[in-house]
Design a protein around this ligand. Structure first.
Ligand SMILES: *[C@@H]1O[C@H](CO)[C@@H](O)[C@H](O)[C@H]1NC(C)=O
Ligand SMILES: *[C@@H]1O[C@H](CO)[C@@H](O)[C@H](O)[C@H]1NC(C)=O
Ligand SMILES: *[C@@H]1O[C@H](CO)[C@@H](O)[C@H](O)[C@H]1NC(C)=O
Ligand SMILES: *[C@@H]1O[C@H](CO)[C@@H](O)[C@H](O)[C@H]1NC(C)=O
Ligand SMILES: *[C@@H]1O[C@H](CO)[C@@H](O)[C@H](O)[C@H]1NC(C)=O
Ligand SMILES: *[C@@H]1O[C@H](CO)[C@@H](O)[C@H](O)[C@H]1NC(C)=O
Ligand SMILES: *[C@@H]1O[C@H](CO)[C@@H](O)[C@H](O)[C@H]1NC(C)=O
Ligand SMILES: *[C@@H]1O[C@H](CO)[C@@H](O)[C@H](O)[C@H]1NC(C)=O
Ligand SMILES: *[C@@H]1O[C@H](CO)[C@@H](O)[C@H](O)[C@H]1NC(C)=O
Ligand SMILES: *[C@@H]1O[C@H](CO)[C@@H](O)[C@H](O)[C@H]1NC(C)=O
Length: 613
């Protein structure tokens, strides 16, 4: 089973897309649009005569004049959403459209034609190899980087989409990436009897809160810069650029990611539904109340079950809000994690690293902006802007501003942020993941959670309707930080190899990569296996199609396919649960110094008595 079929990579269609983009982005048409649009705006602003003169007498000058004052145009004041800092907002759908006639558009008119179903797909069990998830359909990468093709296979030698840390669209990591030379397909002597899937939401707009960088903050700073500004050279496009991003919610591409993930999981694991038919039950999937979490789960469901999904499964929607116990949003239950300004240990490392890897970019870009002095944080934000614009509107001119090395640097900045903020380097990494681990153990052993002393929620977890045990299929939606918390809590210590990540240089080889572990729609498959080669059930963990070694978990043997006997795995997880002290980590009076004066590589806080100040 070594040959792998590639799922979506199609160099030809990528080339076609690039062609397309070439046209839409070529400066001439965009300037024309710009003039007409701004002409109208200027009318309203009452500066018609000057502008008309400028526009028609000297087009070069008119462009720069406009751009010098474009942020004072009505577009800014009237249409801006004050929260998101967007300079262009198209509030669709309208609040009360005039052409809505529900009686003329019934949703069920009958006459569906024949609807017999066939057998369930079972790619993970039956296919000659496993379909990989490559490329990001509908998104464009900058030509400047794409043109850097290796002569051998005319594939881009550098894939910018894989260098955005947690903002990367998820992709199948290369076989062996995590140290096990095996694929997600069932090993030869085994069949899959259960799947526990933990996934992240799809691509979203920037979050409201940013500790460093933050596209909306940058846009706001430009907007508030009373003196006005203008750009030239590589940054010239900013003169007629508007900030179009919303906040927090899924983008259309993010919606597609979850739909695709649902389709892909149905094709790989559809056979697990036979178990439900036999027991006359339907699956229970979980997500949280946040808009993008609910939208992600429902898009997954449409992909997995098809339309209409009603009646095929039940969706548990847990509440993500302060004070609500929720294993999929543990920071809302853990007071010591809820103050982000204190718990965001990663920021200091990102700042230090950004000063290093963006030094040349700052020197290059600063002279191209007049009236506003770019800082390192701004330049870092331009890289974020590239990723966010691309996953929201399909492409971004900001992507072209940086070279490969600077993208590798950006990717590493994300690794630093999440290593220290959510994973093995965070004193709150493990404790926040422990609630999900307790749930996993309960499901794997068909035994209810014995004590609720973490983020678990007795009301939901003790009720077999909302938290069923003994099912063959579970799907939970959460955030990337929680996926990283869970990886840490499970003791997947191979990702901690090499120790704390340094902020003064980028190690060439590192086990911990946020683009591999926590991209948009990242997904963790816990496979339960029955193998003729082993007397008892086995478990494997597969992250973004990469098989994870379980050898950091006490008792799990070296195994060529990454398997561990289920009972050994469960015993070790129970030991971890017993040794994790929620009360101390989340409520205890401990603190650690900022920076490198204190480290953890297990995601634990200092033990009681081990006080730092
Ligand atoms: C982001 O912008 C808000 C509003 O202007 C400001 O209060 C906040 O301090 C900014 N945050 C950062 C990290 O710059
Ligand atoms: C448990 O979850 C339910 C449903 O989301 C919620 O109403 C309840 O308040 C939660 N319990 C606690 C203790 O947070
Ligand atoms: C660009 O901005 C600077 C600083 O605000 C200003 O002095 C200059 O006149 C502007 N240039 C043009 C061509 O608008
Ligand atoms: C193209 O690839 C070469 C070799 O990998 C690299 O040195 C160069 O920086 C790349 N070009 C860009 C624009 O990143
Ligand atoms: C909620 O979490 C707290 C802290 O772990 C725990 O003491 C409490 O029992 C939990 N409540 C419920 C209803 O699960
Ligand atoms: C469904 O799967 C579970 C877990 O593998 C198993 O315990 C149960 O017996 C199965 N039920 C049926 C009806 O096959
Ligand atoms: C913490 O880790 C960093 C990065 O490896 C290292 O430079 C520093 O010396 C470590 N600090 C301690 C107290 O071990
Ligand atoms: C978890 O990992 C730590 C650090 O490698 C190790 O000392 C410990 O034995 C492991 N615990 C279990 C239960 O696997
Ligand atoms: C829960 O309580 C048990 C028994 O007191 C304890 O051993 C364990 O450490 C606690 N677990 C957590 C996650 O706090
Ligand atoms: C955790 O909470 C306790 C009690 O409020 C407080 O004394 C301590 O400083 C907090 N520690 C951290 C790291 O936030």
């Amino acid at each position: 089973m070594s040959a792998q079929y590639k799922e979506t990579f199609d160099p030809e269609s990528q080339a076609l897309l690039s062609q397309d983009r070439d046209d839409t982005l070529s400066p001439r048409p965009s300037h024309r649009t710009f003039r007409v649009r701004h002409l109208l705006l200027a009318y309203t602003a009452g500066i018609l005569s000057t502008v008309l003169l400028e526009l028609f007498l000297c087009s070069h000058y008119s462009v720069s004049l406009f751009t010098g004052s474009h942020h004072q145009s009505p577009a800014y004041g009237d249409l801006a959403s004050p929260d998101a800092g967007s300079t262009e907002v198209h509030n669709f759908p309208p609040a009360s459209p005039t052409n809505v006639f529900p009686s003329l558009f019934p949703t069920d008119v009958g006459y569906a034609g024949p609807t017999p179903t066939g057998a369930e797909a079972a790619l993970v069990a039956t296919a000659p190899s496993y379909p990989l998830h490559t490329g990001a359909p509908h998104l464009l990468s900058p030509l400047s980087l794409e043109k850097n093709l290796s002569a051998m296979d005319s594939k881009p030698s550098f894939d910018i989409f894989k260098h955005w840390g947690n903002l990367s669209p998820w992709f199948s990591v290369e076989r062996g990436s995590f140290g096990v030379d095996s694929g997600p397909e069932a090993p030869d002597t085994c069949r899959v009897t259960g799947l526990h899937l933990l996934h992240r939401h799809g691509a979203r707009y920037p979050t409201e809160w940013a500790s460093y960088g933050g596209p909306a903050n940058f846009s706001g700073r430009l907007h508030n810069n009373a003196a006005g500004w203008n750009t030239s050279g590589d940054l010239e496009f900013m003169n007629d650029w508007t900030y179009k991003l919303g906040e927090e919610i899924l983008t259309p591409f993010g919606r597609q990611q979850l739909y695709d993930l649902g389709v892909s999981m149905r094709m790989k694991y559809g056979f697990l539904l036979k178990n439900f038919t036999e027991s006359n039950t339907v699956p229970v999937f979980r997500t949280e109340s946040q808009d993008r979490m609910l939208a992600s789960a429902l898009n997954f469901a449409i992909g997995f079950f098809g339309f209409p999904y009603e009646g095929q499964y039940q969706q548990s929607i847990t509440i993500e809000e302060n004070g609500f116990n929720n294993t999929l949003a543990p920071y809302k239950t853990c007071p010591n994690a809820s103050d982000r300004s204190k718990s965001d240990r990663g920021v200091a490392y990102v700042k230090e690293w950004a000063e290093i890897y963006l030094k040349d970019a700052l020197a290059r870009l600063r002279p191209q902006m007049q009236g506003y002095e770019l800082t390192t944080e701004d330049v870092y934000t331009l890289q974020q802007m590239c990723a966010y614009e691309t996953v929201a509107i399909g492409y971004s001119k900001f992507c072209e501003l940086f070279n490969e090395e600077e993208w590798r640097g950006f990717n590493y900045a994300m690794d630093l942020y999440f290593w220290y903020g959510s994973a093995f380097g965070s004193p709150l990494g493990r404790v926040q993941g422990i609630g999900y681990v307790q749930e996993l153990v309960a499901r794997l052993t068909h035994t209810p959670i014995p004590v609720h002393n973490s983020s678990t929620n007795a009301t939901l977890n003790d009720n077999p309707a909302t938290f069923p045990l003994g099912h063959s299929l579970y799907v939970d939606a959460t955030h990337e930080v929680v996926v990283l918390n869970v990886i840490t809590a499970l003791n997947l210590t191979n990702f901690a190899e090499g120790g704390p990540l340094p902020a003064d240089h980028m190690p060439e080889h590192r086990a911990f990569k946020s683009s591999h572990l926590a991209p948009f729609a990242t997904n963790v498959q816990f496979q339960v296996l029955s193998c003729s080669s082993a007397p008892e059930p086995q478990i494997r963990i597969i992250i973004n199609d990469g098989v994870v070694p379980l050898t950091g978990i006490r008792g799990c043997p070296e195994d060529k396919d990454g398997k561990c006997p289920l009972s050994t795995f469960v015993d070790a997880q129970r030991e971890i649960i017993a040794k994790t002290d929620w009360l101390w980590a989340c409520h205890g009076d401990w603190s650690v110094p900022a920076g490198t004066a204190w480290n953890t590589t297990t995601g634990d806080p200092p033990a009681p008595g081990e006080i730092f100040s």
